[in-house]
Design a protein around this ligand. Structure first.
Ligand code: HBI
Length: 368
């Protein structure tokens, strides 16, 4: 490690190549951090599944593509599912590369939500750090995170305190939030647009509740996102009068934010403990007040009555009443919160603080 530049290895999620969208929020987080680190002059190498591409703003990073079978997503398994390694699995191959590259780097940062890299951490000299990207969805993950907290607590970081509270940690969690390149989001101030909703179209995201709100208020609902569960999408479409839902698909950020910014309110209806809530922050970055269930990450990002409204989880009636009050929110306050708390620069600074603390802990021999 030279005076103030670090050589860092960033390891992506094994569920799909970067750019496939399969990594969901992890892709946004990883791209934002790569750019933030490069802007500060650090040396970045990304280890990711074959087929991965880095956006133009990240061309200063080295990319190491690794071939292998994608890792099954924890989202499609249940809490008691075993840790699976498919034949020719990309996960062990990613970590064979990462440990080799890590020998001549200052640290290795893991963005995947998997058992292997966390289990390896106390057993290798390379310094591995993990940004845990989901709430507690798996027993084997919950256990291995708790075990690492006991011996190397500072190697773990989380997006929100709500998310971290799913895990048994020996001391307060390191919480780094998330970060967005705000040059990509334009503040829009009009107040009489439609309602909006965005996310993977799947049951754990609760789209049907947002549709119920739109029907009750006689509003159109613009819906952006990958239709992950076709049957669920058909069920939701049929639950409302034709024309209520305006399906917009999964768009590039520039188109998504331009349409998103026209909404008078954005509805967030998670049925599970979202670790952070990227789409909530993207809406606020465009000046759109968010009406959200007070559940998981989004409940920590919104100051109810000031930058949006929080309602009792699954209480559709309360969401209808709050959505009718969206105009009371000053859209500029939504934007200024994002600038203060979720910018790419701020996120990068918090991640560097975490890594440098972890490295210094290791040098002083104190794992915790
Ligand atoms: N499942 N096994 C596994 N590994 C991941 O890295 C992973 C996942 N499911 C979802 C996911 N990552 C990301 O989409 C979320 O962490 C955001």
């Amino acid at each position: 490690m030279s005076a103030n530049t670090l050589k860092l290895i960033l390891v992506s999620t094994p569920v799909g190549f970067l750019g496939s969208g399969k990594g969901g929020g992890v892709e946004v987080t990883l791209m934002s951090l790569i750019k933030g680190l490069l802007d500060l002059g650090h040396e970045v190498t990304v280890v990711a599944p074959e087929g991965s591409v880095l956006p133009s703003g990240c061309s200063g990073a080295q990319l190491r593509e690794v071939a292998g079978e994608a890792q099954p997503s924890w989202q499609h398994q249940n809490a008691s599912s075993p840790m699976l390694i498919p034949p020719d699995g990309v996960l062990p191959k990613l970590w064979k590369h990462a440990l080799e590259l890590g020998k001549t780097a200052d640290a290795v940062l893991n963005f995947g939500y998997d058992w292997l890299p966390i289990w390896l951490t106390p057993r290798v000299t390379v310094e591995l750090f993990h940004l845990v990207s989901m709430g507690d969805v798996s027993d084997v993950m919950k256990t291995v995170v708790s075990e690492l907290s006991e011996t190397h607590h500072f190697r773990l970081a989380f997006h929100t305190y709500r998310q971290a509270s799913d895990y048994e940690l020996i001391r307060d969690p390191v919480v780094v939030g998330n970060g967005f390149d705000l040059k990509n989001y334009d503040l829009q101030l009009r107040k009489n647009g439609p309602l909006g909703w965005a996310g993977r179209v799947a049951p754990e995201k609760g789209l049907e509740d947002a549709v119920e709100v739109a029907v009750a208020l006689g509003d159109r609902l613009l819906v952006w996102g990958l239709i992950e569960d076709q049957d669920y999408a058909v069920y939701v479409e049929q639950s409302a009068p034709p024309g209520t839902i305006d399906w917009r698909g999964f768009l590039p950020t520039s188109d998504f934010q331009e349409q998103l910014g026209t909404c008078r309110a954005f509805l967030n209806t998670p049925k599970w403990n979202e670790a952070y809530g990227n789409v909530v922050v993207e809406a606020m970055a465009c000046g759109v007040p968010v009406i959200a269930y007070d559940r998981g990450g989004p409940g920590e990002l919104i100051n109810s009555g000031v930058s949006g409204w929080l309602v009792e989880p699954d209480d559709v009636r309360a969401m209808i009443l709050a959505t009718a009050r969206a105009e009371e929110i000053d859209r500029r306050i939504c934007r200024s919160w994002v600038e203060e708390s979720a910018s790419q620069e701020g996120f990068t600074r918090r991640v560097l603080e975490w890594i440098l603390t972890g490295i210094s802990q290791n040098q002083s021999g104190r794992g915790n």
